[in-house]
Design a protein around this ligand. Structure first.
Ligand code: C5J
Length: 222
C-alpha cells in the first residue's frame, strides 16, 4: 500500500517496502575546509544546511528498516580510474590526488574521502564508491537495488546540481521513481540549488519529485 508524500509537481506515492534512501557524497572532502570542494574555490559552509534534514530522514528510514545506501566520490590511490578530462578540470592549485590537510584529495582511504561523522553508515548499509558524478556509472548500485526489489529512490546529499542531479537522471532513465529532498540537498551555489530542484520536477516531473524532509519524515511515521 502506498502513502502519499506532499511533493512537487504532485504527491509522491511512497511504496515504503520498495523504497531506498540514497545519500550522495556527504564526505569531508566536500563539506570541510581543505578538501576537494574548497580546492575548487568554493565556500564549503553552504553545504552544512543539508546535514540536519538528512539526519532526520536517515533516522526515520532506519527506524522503518528501509534500505539506506551511501555513496562516496573518489578514486583508487594509483588514480587508474581517473579520466584525464576529470583530472584537468577545476582548480590548478590542488587537484585530485594531491596532498591536502585531509590526505590526498578525493582518494579512497584518505581522511577527506570519509563520510562526515553525523551521517556515518552503520553495519549493513551499502557504501558505493564511485569514480564519477553519477552513482550508477562504474558501480554495482543498480544490481544492489534490483536484488533488493527497490523501485523508488529518496535522494539526498551534495551537490544538488552535480552528483545528486546526475544520479537522479541516471536513475530516472533506469526506471526508478525518484524523490529529491529539497532541504536535504545543497550546493555551493544557492542559485544552482534552486534551479536544480525546479528543473527536476518541471514539465510534470521530468526527472521526478521534490519534497521537504519533514514531509518524508511524516510519511515514515517519524
Ligand atoms: C562534485 C559532487 N560537485 N558530489 N561532486 O564535484 O557533487
Amino acid at each position: 500500500m502506498s502513502k502519499e508524500i506532499a511533493a512537487r509537481p504532485h504527491g509522491f506515492p511512497l511504496d515504503e517496502g520498495h523504497a531506498a534512501l540514497v545519500i550522495i557524497d556527504m564526505q569531508r572532502d566536500f563539506l570541510e575546509p581543505g578538501g576537494f570542494g574548497a580546492a575548487l574555490g568554493n565556500d564549503v559552509s553552504h553545504l552544512r544546511a543539508a546535514i540536519a534534514p538528512i539526519a532526520a530522514v536517515l533516522g526515520a528510514a532506519r527506524a522503518r528498516h528501509m534500505l539506506v545506501v551511501h555513496t562516496r566520490e573518489g578514486h583508487r590511490p594509483d588514480l587508474s580510474d581517473l579520466h584525464r578530462t576529470k583530472y584537468e578540470r577545476g582548480g590548478a592549485g590542488a587537484r585530485i590526488g594531491d596532498r591536502g590537510p585531509m590526505g590526498r584529495i578525493l582518494v579512497r582511504g584518505e581522511a577527506g574521502h570519509g563520510i562526515i561523522p553525523e551521517l556515518a553508515p552503520v553495519m549493513g548499509e551499502p557504501v558505493i564508491d564511485k569514480p564519477g558524478k553519477g552513482a550508477f556509472y562504474a558501480t554495482d548500485l543498480e544490481t544492489i537495488l534490483h536484488k533488493r526489489g527497490i523501485t523508488q529512490l529518496i535522494l539526498a546529499g551534495v551537490t544538488t546540481e552535480v552528483c545528486v542531479h546526475t544520479t537522479m537522471r541516471e536513475a530516472n532513465d533506469r526506471g526508478f521513481e525518484c524523490l529529491l529532498l529539497e532541504d536535504g540537498t545543497a550546493s555551493y551555489f544557492p542559485a544552482f540549488h534552486k534551479a536544480a530542484l525546479d528543473m527536476a520536477c518541471a514539465q510534470g516531473g521530468i526527472f521526478g519529485w521534490v519534497a521537504p524532509s519533514a514531509a518524508v519524515v511524516e510519511a515514515l511515521g517519524g
